[in-house]
Design a protein around this ligand. Structure first.
Ligand code: GDP
Ligand code: MG
Length: 670
């Protein structure tokens, strides 16, 4: 028999950890609510007839956010053979709220009492037989991360699913509520429905759950009858219907826990430790400065200390291999064009991107550690109120900060955001955060034109990027996206030491993504650019790149940039090649001048730019559409190609407008 098992539980209760453990797959695990935003399916190792579905975390079966709807729909509509309810044993009171509702679904079910290792550590004692009896379901103590009790859990899952053992019903609602529930069950719409368990549907309807009303297609008569019953209940309990049922569950949970759980103290030891750390890290005044300090430290370590050294090493490795291939191709007398395609096109293009791999690995090492410990949730917490004013939530800030390194991981990191407009806005803002690939451009130009004010100009560019993105967000929020960001529960998970395996796994996943991209998108784009600069319009090989197709295209679009002060075709060509990777803006300019290095910067750029037009050019490079790798990442998150294309167009338009303004205003002063 094939068995479908659904993993349901609160956020951060360890669902994904358990999923990975039993299926051997590698989904992201983070000590941060909302890491799993869509359902994932896998088969159990060694028990291949059991299929497991990892669902987004939920607190109740009355959904508010998109991911909660995913979970509820799956449970009700796909009716899995068994529900594995994962319960965090260290916060039973909160977790059981969902458990009680899952039991109402009247489907085969087992409770996996997770984090049992923490229970021992915190000196809590849970009387599992008593708990099991009170709830009417079987309970298996497990620890997903320490691999305790997993085999037994799977054993019971198989047994319960095969024998279709449903929870024992032991109604806990007082008679008034029980009568109301039975009365609702008598409604024709409920009696005729087969899709939803009647008892569950009745309770939801009593609570005033709108999705359920729609789902069951209640007639007007039914609705009238229902509101009559509800009003009657509200009258006799003297309470709002939704609150009344919630209260009943809480009373029940309290009763159960009083009988089955013993805690040494009101607060557990690990919660006390977390609270102590939090009093500093989420301090009203120090919270944000500490966060900025930590971010600065990470950037400095990533890009300054380790990144540059490792990237240099890696680059010399790539250069060495390129050299070997170059010699091999020469000695084998390979066709000159093919030779150039391989070396100047593919190796140069793919190599320049691959050389960022160590930096990316290190950045993700730090970030997955931060996320694993639970600090990211604190960052979201301290920045939330500020970001809410522009329609974002605290969850976005981490992604945006990543954008200063590279837009690609930054955009990828938005996967941890709830799928609403806040996520879309974050993705749209990320490309304005000046990425590290633009640094070479800034340094060449500032050396040539602003030698004395170099640092000032650099700072101005970074700040301009942030300012433009915030303005963009304000405009988007006002005219394009309306509504508030999804409220998110500011519940801070306890600080935990991340496991080495989850950190390494996270790094590896990102590395794999990055490498794949280098050999697909970047590979093709490099070949494209090479072809364009190698041939002229009649497809003859050119000796001088001024006659190439690329130059022709550059000349064709250069009038667009004339109003910004840099109508030279070489500048526009450089901007085009910058789409492959931003660094190539500099290398293209260098190639087109047929000169190299610092000499090129100082002497040749002066022929083409004045300090003002140079600054205008820098502003444009800062703001215009991102490189293909980032575009591909954005496209992947937006799903629809057209949306992503519009986003790129708008961004370039914004760059044009800002650059134009900078140039024109500058002209007034010079
Ligand atoms: P999800 O949101 O329910 O998918 O939860 P995750 O699987 O992402 O796990 C949340 C956090 O709990 C992670 O930091 C895990 O490492 C941690 N965790 C999961 N299972 C256990 C466990 O059995 N013991 C302990 N101590 N931590 C666990
Ligand atoms: Mg998860």
């Amino acid at each position: 028999m094939r068995i479908t098992a659904a993993l349901a539980g609160n956020q951060n209760s360890g669902k994904t950890t358990l999923f990975n453990r039993i299926t051997g797959s590698r989904q992201n695990v983070g000590n941060f609510p909302g890491v799993t935003v869509e359902k994932k399916t896998g088969t159990v190792k060694k028990l291949r007839h059991i299929e497991v579905v990892d669902l987004p975390g939920i607190y109740s079966l009355s959904p508010y956010s998109p991911e909660e709807i995913v979970t509820r729909d799956f449970l009700i509509k796909e009716s899995p053979d068994i529900i594995i309810n994962i319960v965090d044993a260290t916060s039973l009171e909160r977790n059981l709220y969902l458990t009680l509702q899952l039991i109402e679904l009247d489907m085969p079910m087992v409770v996996a009492l997770n984090m049992i290792d923490q229970v021992k550590y915190n000196n809590i004692s849970i009387d599992i037989p008593a708990l099991s009896k009170a709830l009417g379901v079987e309970i298996i103590p497990v620890s997903a991360s320490r691999n305790i009790g997993i085999a037994e859990l799977l054993d019971r899952v198989e047994y319960i699913a095969e024998n279709r053992i449903k929870p024992e019903s032991n109604p806990y609602y007082p008679a008034t509520v029980g009568q109301a529930v039975s009365a609702v069950c008598e409604l024709p719409a409920l009696k005729n429905n087969k899709a939803v368990p009647a008892g569950f549907a009745a309770v939801k309807l009593l609570e005033g759950d709108e999705p359920m009303e729609k789902e069951l297609n209640l007639s007007e008569d039914d609705m009238r009858e229902l509101s009559l019953i509800a009003r009657c209940l509200e009258g006799s309990l003297d309470m709002d219907r939704e609150a009344a049922l919630a209260e009943m569950r809480y009373l029940r949970i309290e009763e159960i826990c009083r009988a089955a759980v013993k805690k040494p103290d009101f607060e557990t030891a690990s919660r006390k430790r977390s609270a102590a750390i939090d009093s500093l890290l989420t301090h009203r005044y120090f919270g944000i400065p500490i966060f900025l300090g930590i971010m600065f430290l990470i950037f400095w370590l990533t890009f300054g200390v380790f990144g540059s050294t490792l990237s240099d090493l890696f680059e010399s490795g790539i250069e060495y291999i390129t050299g070997l291939c170059d010699t091999a191709l020469s000695s084998a007398n390979v066709n000159e064009n093919l030779h150039s395609l391989i070396i100047d096109g593919v190796f140069a293009g793919v190599g320049s991107v691959l050389s960022f791999l160590p930096t990316i690995l290190i950045l993700f090492l730090f970030l997955s550690v931060l996320e694993g410990t639970g600090y990211m949730a604190r960052v979201a917490f301290v920045t939330d109120s500020m970001l809410r004013k522009i329609g974002l939530s605290g969850r976005s800030v981490v992604s945006m900060l990543l954008g200063f390194g590279c837009s690609v991981p930054a955009v990828m990191s938005t996967r941890t955001l709830p799928a609403d407009h806040g996520k879309k806005m974050t993705i749209l803002m990320i490309p304005f955060m000046s990425c590290s690939a633009k640094l070479p451009i800034y340094s060449v130009f500032t050396m040539a034109f602003f030698e004395k004010q170099q640092a000032l100009v650099m700072m101005a560019l970074y700040l301009l990027g942030i300012a433009v993105s915030v303005l963009y967000a304000i405009i988007l929020n006002k005219f394009y996206f309306s509504g508030k960001p999804t409220p998110f529960i500011l519940e801070l998970p306890e600080y935990r030491l991340p496991t080495a395996s989850s950190v390494i796994q996270r790094m590896w996943e990102n590395a794999r993504d990055f490498i794949t991209r280098a050999f697909t998108v970047i590979f093709l784009a490099s070949i494209g650019i090479w072809l364009l600069q190698r041939f002229d319009i009649r497809l003859n090989v050119v000796t001088d790149s001024t006659h190439s197709l690329l130059a022709a295209i550059g000349r064709f679009i250069s009038p667009v940039f004339a109003p910004l002060g840099f109508g030279d075709w070489r500048a526009s060509t450089a901007l085009i090649t910058g789409l492959v990777a931003k660094e190539s803006v500099v290398s293209t300019l260098a190639v087109l001048y047929d000169a190299a290095g610092a000499e090129f910067a100082a002497s040749s750029l002066a022929h083409m730019f004045t300090p003002l037009t140079a600054f205008s050019f820098l502003v444009f490079t800062l703001l215009y559409m991102p490189c293909v790798a980032a575009m591909a990442a954005i496209k992947r998150e937006f799903v629809k190609t057209s949306t992503a294309l519009y986003a790129m167009l708008y961004q370039t338009l914004i760059a044009w407008i800002v650059s134009f303004a900078v140039y024109r205003i500058g002209l007034l002063f010079i």
